[in-house]
Design a protein around this ligand. Structure first.
Ligand code: HEM
Length: 350
């Protein structure tokens, strides 16, 4: 157990394990036990898939130029490890599906994880089920781990906002181990929590680049884009564009998401003061917008409330104090290259 003198931890590692356990329960109805045991084989398999290496980065950019099937078939250690890890996770999914099928209907009737719901629907083959669950696991694990890591970073840099957020959480939510349950309806009505989450989503979008290919000749703002052109869309450039967000676009300012109200104190400003509804690309926009957005927002708010309510986070490594000192590791998501070492203290009284 932590003492009140504080202890040092790599938040990126814990956020990854925390997010894996949540998506395991929500996706499969299975506790992967990653928080309890980081030597868990499934956690190691996941780490293989999401570990950012130079080779992986090079393959990512090759994938922008050549078909993925070709890039994936190159005889490289990363491709070999990736395909072994994916195979292991597929086998795990298969075993869980078989277990759920073997259980009586009564036993699974109350299960509300994605896999159980899809199985109850009855229209999916086992292969479809595995593919769907693999997609949700892939899309919904490292993204959440990344955003939680950056939230701790931002709040460690802004201790006064961290303290105000802690006060709001403690005032409005009972402690996690009090036994009372919190619905998201209650959690979503904490203005500062909402504001901090949105500001972290704006400034630290885990998926920094998405790709699109023009399916026909088209003009975008008078620029001719011929059919077949591959376009990279940068969420962080748009999310911090001064033309859209104003002169303080590069500053961490959760208060842009709040309005002072004489009766209610602080009220939510859902647009964050941006001049366009398309100014935030963290979850993309349009037809292929993230379908896990609602889940991810709820999950992130709950995770952050749990951590900030109980713990105080201070930056350990002074060189990482400002954004220019942070080395980014970009894979599918963006994380600090060498993890995020912070000093953590239990704040008594909650
Ligand atoms: C912080 C959390 C998350 C962020 C920032 C995020 C971001 C994104 C982005 C930018 C895309 C579009 C990718 C593209 O078009 O190239 C996307 C797609 C997707 N996301 Fe998320 N995501 C998050 C969490 C989740 C979660 C928790 C789930 C599932 C439980 C999920 C499931 C998906 C799926 C299935 C797609 C593909 C949708 C489609 O192509 O129609 N995401 N996400």
């Amino acid at each position: 157990m932590p003492s009140n003198n504080g202890f040092e931890m790599d938040i990126a590692n814990w956020a990854s394990r925390y997010a894996l356990d949540i998506i395991g329960l929500a996706g499969f109805g299975k506790d992967f036990g990653a928080i309890r045991n980081q030597c868990n084989p499934l956690v190691e398999t996941y780490n293989t898939i999401f570990k950012v290496t130079k080779q992986k980065r090079a393959l990512f950019f090759l994938g922008a130029l050549f078909p993925w099937s070709m890039v994936r078939s190159l005889p490289l250690p990363h491709n070999r490890d990736f395909s072994q890890a994916t195979k292991a996770i597929r086998q795990n999914c298969q075993a869980i599906i078989q277990y759920k099928r073997a259980m009586s209907n009564d036993t699974c009737a109350q299960d509300i994880d994605l896999l159980s719901i899809a199985m109850k629907n009855g229209r999916f083959s086992d292969e479809d089920l595995i593919n769907q669950v693999m997609t949700f696991l892939g899309a919904g694990h490292e993204t959440t781990a990344s955003i939680l890591t950056w939230a701790v970073y931002a709040l460690a840099l802004h201790p006064e906002i961290q303290q105000q957020l802690r006060e709001e959480i403690r005032k409005k939510l009972a402690p996690i181990d009090s036994g009372s349950e919190h619905s998201f309806d209650v959690i979503s009505r904490l203005p500062l929590l909402y504001a901090v989450c949105n500001e972290v989503f704006r400034m630290f979008p885990p998926v920094r680049i998405t790709m699109r290919e023009a399916v026909c000749d088209i003009f975008v703002q008078d620029i001719a884009i011929p059919r077949g052109t591959k376009i990279m869309i940068s969420s962080c450039a748009t999310n911090m564009d001064k033309k859209l967000w104003g002169p303080d676009a590069a500053d961490f300012n959760p208060y842009r998401w709040l309005i002072k109200d004489d009766e209610e104190g602080l009220k939510i400003n859902s647009g964050g003061g941006a001049i366009s509804n398309y100014a935030m690309l963290t979850f993309s926009q349009g037809h292929r917008i993230c379908i896990g957005q609602g889940f991810a927002r709820a999950e992130f708010a709950c995770m952050l409330a749990g951590w900030i309510g109980r713990f105080d986070f201070q930056m350990k490594d002074k060189e990482s104090m400002d954004m220019n000192g942070v080395k980014f590791a970009s894979g599918i998501t963006v994380k600090p290259e060498n993890g995020l070492r912070v000093s953590v203290k239990v704040v008594p009284g909650y």
